[in-house]
Write a protein that binds this ligand. Structure first.
Ligand code: FES
Length: 126
C-alpha cells in the first residue's frame, strides 16, 4: 500500500496531480510536496479548505513556508515573520511580495494540486 496517492486528474482544462490523502491534511498543519516539474508546494488546511502555495519564501528564498504557523487565513514564515494570505499569496505584513498559489481540489479522499507549466517562482520575475 502507498503512503501517498498516485495519479492525475483534470478539471476545467487544468491538470492536477495527486499529492496526499485528505485525512492526512489536518487543520493548520503544513505539508511540503514536490510536483513532477520540481515545484515545491506547501499545503495547508484552514477552516476546512485546502490551500496550496509555494514552499519558497520570497524573502530569502528558503524552503520553509510549510513550517509556518497558520492564523486568520494567513501563513507566517518561521524565519522572519513575513505573512502571506493563503488564498492569493499576497504578503500582508508590509512587504511587497507574493507567494505563488496553486489550485487545489479534493476528490475521493485525495488532495490534488494544479501542475503549473513552469516552476519559476514569482520572486524571480521581479
Ligand atoms: S525567509 Fe521568510 S521571512 Fe525571511
Amino acid at each position: 500500500m502507498h503512503d501517498k496517492p498516485q495519479g492525475r486528474c483534470s478539471e476545467d482544462d487544468v491538470q492536477y496531480a495527486a499529492v496526499m490523502f485528505s485525512h492526512d491534511l489536518t487543520e493548520r498543519k503544513g505539508h511540503c510536496v514536490n510536483l513532477s516539474n520540481g515545484a515545491e508546494v506547501a499545503l495547508f488546511r484552514y477552516c476546512g479548505t485546502p490551500y496550496a502555495v509555494s514552499n519558497i519564501c520570497p524573502h530569502q528564498h528558503s524552503s520553509v513556508i510549510c513550517k509556518g504557523m497558520v492564523s486568520d487565513g494567513c501563513v507566517v514564515c518561521p524565519m522572519h515573520g513575513w505573512t502571506f494570505r493563503l488564498y492569493d499569496g499576497k504578503c500582508v505584513s508590509g512587504e511587497t511580495a507574493l507567494l505563488d498559489v496553486f489550485r487545489v481540489i479534493e476528490r475521493g479522499g485525495i488532495v490534488y494540486v494544479e501542475e503549473p507549466a513552469e516552476k519559476t517562482p514569482a520572486w524571480m520575475n521581479w
